[in-house]
Structures are given as C-alpha cells and as structure tokens.
Ligand binder design. Structure first.
Ligand code: ADP
Ligand code: GN1
Ligand code: MG
Length: 355
C-alpha cells in the first residue's frame, strides 16, 4: 500500500494508512505522510468501471471545473498527480489507483442524526447540479452505460432469475414476486426520455449521504465526493437516490424490517435544501417528478441488490451470504411505504417548490 502511495506526488513520505469509509465499490484508504499531510488513496474497481482512464478524465474535467466555482478549497475535490504526471497509477499486479487531497477537518455520515444534517447534504447535492448546469455534458464519457436505465436493470434481474446461478431463487421468491409486481413502473422515466420529455443534465447519480463531506465541527456540508458516476442523467434520480438512503428510518442493511420506513420529516428537509440549491436550473415538471424519482431509485436499487444476490454477490461488497438479500428487502419495504405515503410526498415537494 505505502509503495503505491509513494508513486503519487504527496507532501512528504507516506508513513501510515488505514481503510477508510463505507463505500460498496472502490477500496478507500486514508494515508498519512511524515509531513502530517493526509490523502485519500483509492483502488478503483475495474470490474465495475471498465474504462478507468476515461473515468479519470471525467473526474479531472469535473473537479477542475468545480474548483473555479467554489469559494474555498474544501468545497471541491483535488486529484493528486502521480510522479509520471498522470492522474492515476495503473500497476500490473496491484491494480488501478488514484489519490485526492484529504479534505481537512471533514467527515462523512452513514446515517442522518437530525434533519439539519440531511438538509445540509441536500444543499451539497443541489449545489453540485447548480455548478455543473453549464458544463459541456458531451465531454463526459458514460462510465457505466445504462446506469439508471431501470428497464435494463429489470432485464438483467430476469436473466439472473432464469439462470439461478447459485440456486438462490427459491430463497428469494417473495422478493422476486414483489419486483415483478412493480415492473410496469420501472419504465416511467425511460418512456418519457424516449419521447424527449425529460432533459438530461450533468448529474451525480450516486447521491448517498456518505458521498457528502461535512465539516466535523460545524456540520455544514463542504462538498460532494464519489464522482465516478458523474454523467448525463436525470435530476429526479439524484433527488431519489438521496431519499432512498438518507430518508429511511434505518440502515440500508437493517434486517428488522419493522424499523424501515420513509421518514417524511427527513424527506421534507431534503426536498427543501435540494430545490433551494438547484436554483433556477431545474423545471417545475422535473420537481413534480421528484417523488417518482424516490420510488424509482429505491426500486431500482432493490432490484440491483436482488440481482447481485441471485448471481452470487459479484458486484456489491458484502459481509455475509444474505447481505444483498437483506439490502433488497429494506429497499422493497421502503418502496411499499412510499406507495402509502405518495400523496404526502407530492404535497411536501410542491410546498418546497413554492418557497
Ligand atoms: P466508493 O465509490 O467506494 O463509495 P468514495 O469515493 O465514496 O468510494 O469514498 C469512500 C469514502 O471516503 C467516502 O464516503 C468519504 O467518507 C471518504 N472520502 C472520499 N474522498 C475523500 C476526500 N477527498 N477527503 C476526505 N474523505 C474522503
Ligand atoms: C454503490 O459506491 P457507493 O457505495 O457510493 C453503488 C450505488 C448504489 C449504492 C448502494 C457505482 O455506491 O449505485 O446505490 O452502492 N455505486 C455504483 O448502497 O454502483
Ligand atoms: Mg461512495
């Protein structure tokens, strides 16, 4: 690890490291140099991101664009170059690596402890949309094709059921039936996109609360991290994915489903912050579809966890054999709860839009 770290232009010699954060895709380390300066070193998951060099080009473009628009260096990520001038190290044996300045005094949150935190997270994701509103989207490669194409996620799910590679279909029959019962909903955005009724914008596409850095003293949001999936997308999905994760009363992998619900107070806090921070960049029609985005991202994520469970846990990091099934169940419980609360979800968003 320290050997890979030594290939980046760090201030001083890397002397200590620890695994850092709770991401499910990449491997992240905090590196401390003898100068006391800290960095984030990440092993990029190249099974997920098949073209990591183009991905790094995206991140370079986006971070340099954001840097010109923020008030302080803690509000945008900074890549650290390698000794050869590239923004990555591609090591034949050890894999594909990149490094960022560690944003000083920052923490990320894996759950919301008060509505204020979630409101701050919403400001960070909304400002991200706002700052990138005029970014030339055509310069970005699609790092995961069809990432939020819920229809193609269903296709992959049905193939996994048909293959039953691990003999797990019988253990997940209830969840499979639930997913199939929701299939007609899955095409709502794809149909509108096909008709040209929805604008594609530069979106983050992975708006989990732990992809926001907060100042650890003041708890104000500093910036958004995890830029691997920044691509042209739908703003409703950025709203929705954040709600899926952050407005739940329980963790994404809570085994006790009686603890899993949509918290409308948290939902309202996010809606207010996000709409406020997106500014005039988004339309009334998009805002009206925010609640649909919440259900779409929750259903899609549940289907993705279920597909991975059926295929033998090859995509998301898991800690035990049923982990993906447990995660799928929390998502489907939330989908059902969102169906029950849909009129309140609509009213809250409409109210936030009028402010
Ligand atoms: P993954 O794709 O695996 O989710 P992330 O890019 O989200 O990886 O990084 C994992 C965690 O590392 C984040 O949730 C955050 O806590 C932390 N992190 C990432 N970048 C930085 C940074 N530049 N400074 C401080 N912490 C960071
Ligand atoms: C992954 O990388 P991370 O942990 O922030 C995934 C998201 C899922 C999320 C579920 C590139 O996010 O799409 O919603 O797990 N990222 C990718 O927790 O697939
Ligand atoms: Mg992450």
């Amino acid at each position: 690890m320290l050997e890979i770290a030594g290939k980046f232009c760090f201030a001083g010699k890397p002397v200590r490291y620890e695994e850092y954060g709770n991401g499910l895709i990449n491997k992240t380390f905090r590196i401390v140099c003898d100068s006391g300066v800290e960095y984030i070193l990440q092993k990029v998951n190249t099974s997920t991101f098949k073209d990591p060099v183009s991905l790094m080009k995206n991140i370079e473009l986006v971070t340099s664009y954001l840097k010109q628009r923020v008030r302080s260096s803690r509000e945008a990520l900074s890549l650290v170059p390698a000794a050869d001038g590239k923004n990555y190290v591609d090591d034949e044996k050890r894999g594909f690596w990149r490094a960022y300045d560690f944003v000083p005094g920052s923490i990320s949150l894996d759950s919301v402890s008060c509505a204020g935190d979630f409101y701050q997270g919403a400001l960070a994701f909304g400002r991200f949309i706002d700052m990138l509103a005029d970014f030339p989207a055509g310069n970005l490669v699609e790092t995961i094709p069809g990432f939020h194409d819920t229809v193609s996620r269903y296709r992959a799910f049905k193939e996994a059921v048909a293959q039953d590679a691990c003999g797990r279909v019988k253990k997940a029959q209830r969840e499979i039936d639930f997913a199939l019962s929701q299939e007609s909903f899955a095409s709502v955005f794809m149909d509108l996109l096909e008709k040209g009724a929805l604008p594609l914008r530069v979106t983050h596409n992975d708006t989990k609360l732990n992809n926001v850095l907060f100042d650890k003293e003041t708890r104000t949001a500093l910036c958004v991290v995890d830029l691997d999936t920044v691509m042209p997308g739908l703003v409703m999905n950025d709203f929705g994915d954040a709600i899926r994760f952050g407005a739940s009363t329980a963790a994404e992998d809570e085994p006790d489903l009686s603890r899993v619900q949509l918290d409308l107070e948290l939902y309202a806090a996010f809606a207010q912050g996000f709409i406020e921070a997106c500014g005039n960049n988004i339309t009334k029609e998009e805002i009206e579809l925010f609640p649909t985005g919440a259900k779409m991202m929750t259903l899609e994520c549940g289907v993705r966890f279920l597909t991975d469970y059926l295929s033998g846990d090859t995509y998301f990091r898991t800690s035990y054999p049923e982990h993906n099934l447990v995660r799928c169940r929390t998502q489907f419980k939330l989908v059902s709860d969102m169906d029950k609360k849909s009129s309140q979800m609509n009213q809250i968003v409409a109210r936030a839009a009028r402010r």
